[in-house]
Design a protein around this ligand. Structure first.
Ligand SMILES: NC(=O)c1ccc[n+]([C@@H]2O[C@H](COP(=O)([O-])OP(=O)(O)OC[C@H]3O[C@@H](n4cnc5c(N)ncnc54)[C@H](OP(=O)(O)O)[C@@H]3O)[C@@H](O)[C@H]2O)c1
Length: 257
């Protein structure tokens, strides 16, 4: 039903583990040529080898999205290896906990620098190639935290994730004349290494507050990103797609059946 993405050039930042790896896996299974980006070269290379599984279409690059030079390297590598860029999944992110009263300016810069500035720099660096594609697609990984909900200990994170949507909407307008769509997926709680670090208590309490009674999988987010990247989603832009098992729907625990 959907036009195949086989052979498309896809960049996924923060893809050496977690949600980004899940997104990269879904695109690789769809036959795309995928560039996996993370700061740690060994982890990124291992993820690429695992997802490639002999296909010869998944490779890795060590780069930091908070650094303009890193983003330039990402765009150059994808263009050189794949002949262009059709899809950019700006997914790299971090979520260290810290109460507002305790956050330093450096803590705030760190989170905003990767999550918000990193998203902007990634898309900016890939723009010439996305324009050349003729049907460029940008899929940003935001979150329900910030745009829809709050969570004590994550003021800087919530601000970065809401900020990504502000960026998305104006970028969608600026890039529409080039046929580029800019959308976001907003995961709820997805079982990743990063989330696992928050502890068993957090995971159990989170599952209980989700109407579908489970945490998301990285593939759940990958399929949403894949949809937004299809030709058939070409009339959707500036849209925030919540993928959360219904987590933001109930007014309270009592509201759930
Ligand atoms: N897990 C959830 O439940 C959840 C929910 C909502 C939204 N999200 C969002 O989903 C995205 C991924 O989260 P996750 O849970 O999958 O995290 P994760 O498991 O900690 O993975 C983060 C990935 O990003 C990379 N990364 C971090 N900083 C980077 C930088 N400056 N430059 C390049 N790569 C960088 C990491 O590799 P290196 O450390 O090697 O760089 C890793 O590949 C984030 O944007 C997060 O906000 C997650």
């Amino acid at each position: 039903m959907f036009t195949s993405l086989a052979g498309s050039s896809v960049v996924v930042t923060g893809a050496s583990k977690g949600i980004g790896k899940g997104i990269a896996s879904v695109f690789a299974d769809a036959g795309a040529k995928v560039l996996i980006v993370g700061r740690d070269a060994t982890t990124a290379q291992a993820a690429a080898e695992e997802l490639d599984a002999g296909r010869g279409s998944v490779t890795a690059l060590a780069a930091d999205v908070s650094d303009p030079a890193g983003c330039a390297a990402i765009a150059a590598a994808a263009t050189m290896r794949h002949g262009g860029i059709d899809v950019v999944c700006a997914n790299a992110g971090k979520f260290p906990e810290g109460r507002l009263a305790d956050l330093t300016a450096a803590d705030i810069d760190d989170v905003l620098g990767t999550n918000l500035k990193g998203t902007m720099l990634t898309v900016q660096a890939c723009l010439p190639a996305l324009r050349a594609s003729g049907h460029g697609r940008v899929v940003i990984t935001s979150s329900i935290t910030g745009p829809f909900t709050g969570f004590s200990g994550w003021t800087h994170y919530g601000a970065s994730k809401a900020g990504q949507l502000g960026f998305m909407r104006t970028a969608a307008l600026e890039l529409a004349p080039d046929g580029i769509t800019v959308n976001a997926v907003l995961p709820g709680n997805v079982l990743t290494e990063g989330l696992q670090d928050l502890g068993e208590g957090y995971l159990n309490q989170m599952s209980a507050s989700i109407p579908l009674k489970r945490l998301g999988t990285v593939a759940d987010i990958g399929y949403a990103a894949l949809f937004l990247a299809t030709r058939e989603a070409g009339f959707i832009t500036g849209h925030a797609l919540v993928v959360d098992g219904g987590q933001i729907v109930p007014e309270s625990l009592d509201a759930m059946a």
